[in-house]
Ligand binder design. Structure first.
Ligand code: HEM
Length: 150
């Protein structure tokens, strides 16, 4: 799909319900799974049953892997009219590039959060050690000084 996604109505998607022409809708993405029917690990029957309609619930109920979500992009032919993505402003943002960009943002923040947590962990561990060593040093050096002056 290019920068301008094709926009479909459900009535249009409903015209593609055969083995030779099989579309379905998942999360506002219009997916043409015709070429994927034979490859689908869950079998072609479930795809045919879900064809021509919004199959988001069925798709998500299976707990498909990230790879399966990635495949959606590969077979996407357009978006549903008026569909608002959970984390996108408009359906127009739901281009392949847009979705990939969002995926990057999501991965990016996940990694960032992870780093932050690791960094915090290190600080939480090192800081008490530094404070304790300082306290020791202060105690003994001032004791030494006191000893010297007496
Ligand atoms: C609503 C329609 C769908 C239903 C009901 C469905 C059902 C299933 C089921 C039952 C399995 C498990 C097979 C097993 O473990 O033996 C499966 C696996 C899989 N499906 Fe679907 N599926 C649907 C749509 C799709 C679509 C549209 C794609 C991608 C374009 C897809 C990609 C996959 C992949 C890659 C697997 C392998 C396991 C995984 O990576 O999650 N499925 N599906």
């Amino acid at each position: 799909m290019g920068g301008n996604p094709r926009v479909f109505d459900l009535s249009h998607v409903a015209l593609h319900t055969t083995r030779n022409d099989c579309w379905l809708v998942i999360n506002g993405q219009v997916i043409d799974v015709t070429k994927f029917l034979e490859e689908h690990p869950g079998g072609e029957e479930v795809l045919l049953e879900a064809s021509g309609k919004d199959a988001t619930k069925e798709f998500e109920a299976i707990g498909h892997s990230k790879a399966a979500y990635g495949l959606l992009l590969e077979y996407q032919v357009g978006v549903m009219r008026g569909f608002k993505h959970a984390n996108a402003a408009t359906a127009e943002d739901d281009t392949e590039e847009g979705t990939k960009a969002r995926a990057c943002v999501m991965t990016g923040s996940a990694i960032k959060d992870d780093k932050k947590t690791r960094c915090l962990g290190a600080i939480e561990f090192v800081l008490p050690l530094v404070v304790a060593s300082f306290a020791f040093w202060y105690h003994y050096s001032s004791a030494g000084l006191t000893g010297m002056t007496q």
